[in-house]
Unconditional design. Structure first.
Length: 253
């Protein structure tokens, strides 16, 4: 039956940046589909832990600083110690810095690029090595952005990093698809999360955004959970190197 291809029972998923928002929504969606979740966060994901415990989903809380790559080996080893395998990686952790391009600082550039691009690549590399060692293949899902397609304003390092995510997704897929490793990305549109609270609070800016979205609403974490489960499942086995826009039609407009 086709629905069985979406079943993730017994799979182990590493999800970075799942304390709130889209990361939390994807982690819960994967758990509801049957995954054991390894949540990687800089701070304790209190709300996510509560939601996972309430629903009875296996959840391992791993603390790591993803601004550097030194914690990556311990993330993998903790996952293996707890659950014995790794099947899925969701590279969701990311930051944004806003400043006029003419004044943009080197620190704001490096901080964003380190987490959003460099760590995404080396987390993917480490997990791909584990997939190959297991001989099972696996799924890597990177989180891109509308700014993988567009330039944005006052966010040059974020735009650069998310454009890099789309490019890396293609590059990694080209090399790893033969090993039964699917690398794809999700590009969320305008989502109602902590990152967009200021935009939504600005009545004029909020209306201007809604006027551009055919669906006439902001997205929610649940809107990305379904595509994440799809890309993590065997239903997407012949999709490689693609970035799915989950944007309410923003790019179509």
């Amino acid at each position: 039956m086709i629905l069985e291809s979406f079943n993730l029972q017994g799979k182990v998923a590493i999800v970075t940046g799942c304390d709130t928002g889209l990361g939390q929504g994807m982690a819960i969606g994967l758990a509801e589909a049957g995954c054991k979740i390894v949540g990687v966060n800089y701070i304790e994901p209190t709300e996510t832990i509560e939601k996972m415990n309430l629903a009875g989903h296996p959840f391992l809380d791993v603390r790591a600083d993803l601004s550097e790559q030194g914690d990556i080996p311990s993330i993998i080893s903790n996952a293996l110690s707890a659950f014995g395998q790794v099947d899925i990686l969701v590279n969701n952790a990311g930051i944004i810095r806003r400043e006029e391009a003419i004044d943009f600082s080197e620190k704001n550039w490096d901080d964003v690029m380190n987490i959003n691009a460099k760590t995404v690549f080396f987390m993917s590399q480490a997990v791909a090595k584990q997939f190959k060692a297991q001989g099972t293949g696996g799924k890597i899902i990177n989180i891109a952005s509308m700014l993988s397609f567009q330039g944005g304003i006052r966010v040059p390092s974020y735009t650069a990093s998310k454009s890099a995510v789309m490019g890396m997704t293609r590059a990694m897929a080209n090399e790893w698809a033969k090993d039964n490793i699917n690398v794809n990305a999700i590009a969320p549109g305008y989502m109602a999360t902590n990152n967009t609270q200021a935009l939504r609070a600005d009545a004029d800016r909020n209306q201007a955004i809604l006027d551009r979205i055919p669906a006439d609403r902001w997205g929610t974490p649940k809107d990305v959970a379904g595509p994440c489960v799809f890309l993590a499942s065997s239903a997407s086995d012949y999709i490689n190197g693609y970035t799915i826009a989950v944007d309410g039609g923003w790019l179509a407009r």
